[in-house]
Design a protein around this ligand. Sequence first.
Ligand code: CTP
Length: 404
Amino acid sequence: MCPEPAGPQHVVLGVAGGIAAYKVGELLRLFTESGYRVRVVPTEAALRFVGETTWAALSGQPVATDVWARAESVPHVRIGQSADLVIVAPATADLLARAAHGLADDLLTATLLTARCPVVFAPAMHTEMWQHPATLANVDLLRRRGAVVLDPDVGRLTSADTGPGRLPEASEIFHACRRVLARGTLPRDLLGRRVVISAGGTREFLDPVRFLGNRSSGRQGYALASTAVARGADVTVVAANVGLADPAGVKVIRVVSAADLRSAMLPAAADAHAVVMAAAVADFRPLQRAASKIKKRDGDPAPISLLRNSDVLAELGAQRISGRVLVGFAAETHDALANGREKLARKGCDLLVVNQVGDGLAFEVAENSATILGADGSQTVVPRGPKAVLADRIWDLVATRLSN
Ligand code: CTP
């Protein structure tokens, strides 16, 4: 007999009263289009920003706001009890405070008290409110109790203000929720660990307008950074020509060439617990960088001679700092595992993430698959999926090595 197919997972989307409520329709669509059944529970203040009709139409479910409506179905208890995940977006300073202190003065906070499933908060508020000691203490309390509180993005807020406090992108919240649904929580196993990640692709300039570069977008390195922050790490990213928004809660050092990257990485890595070289670093640079645009003249020899760059990963590996976990990447077009094993040993890594390149994989795309080779002979296959999922598998292996 075939087993009963599992029904859709039930997500409660709590919406608190902040202007970012208008962005949450996009998050709701990501859930419903992926087959989740979503019950939206806006606070009264949230309904002043986005009305009940919008939530009902987008979710295809009745919208619950009031503990007094349909009292016979005991909504303040049932909604939380039947949820597989509660996500609150935006989580305002007021909502975080009420949740941290166990208030149950409306349907959303009552739902948070009755829910026994994982709970994720996606905060959005003004920088001053986010950085206030009261809010920081509430966030800390919620995290210590097992809730996942995402860090807000840094950027433009209401009016002309900028700073930390923006609601993270809908896709980032959605992927964090999927990871929590898959694991039950997001582990905080990198708390107190300093990690340094290189991301993107270096550029070696020939003259003021031309460079030798590569196709790396920095997406994998940035996914490593945001997942490490979510797991509690103190994260520095050395970003080579990355055009993406900086991940929230991360120190970003911008570089251009392989030499710049080396100058930023070596000191940053000196006291790190884990170093991940996800950047595509040029192996060669032009012998000279012309001060003005190189002109072609018939009969002239090709104008480029190349010099070898230092191999940053191999240099870090040769330092053999005990207790520091060193992770390299390898993009291979053929004999991926054999080449990977050789590279792992040659560069002195603890882990090497081997990507098969080509066929729409690895570069400039949101998904990745890989085999993670360990210096201890281990081999972990990560099937094709979001780059955040591969990032989390890498951190699982790093965290195990750090705790050993
Ligand atoms: N790397 C580095 N410094 C370089 C070149 C590469 O630190 N000058 C790092 C990359 O960040 C990556 C790893 O080395 O983590 C593997 O890079 P890859 O280009 O695959 O390896 P190569 O040593 O260049 O080997 P080959 O080109 O021969 O495959």
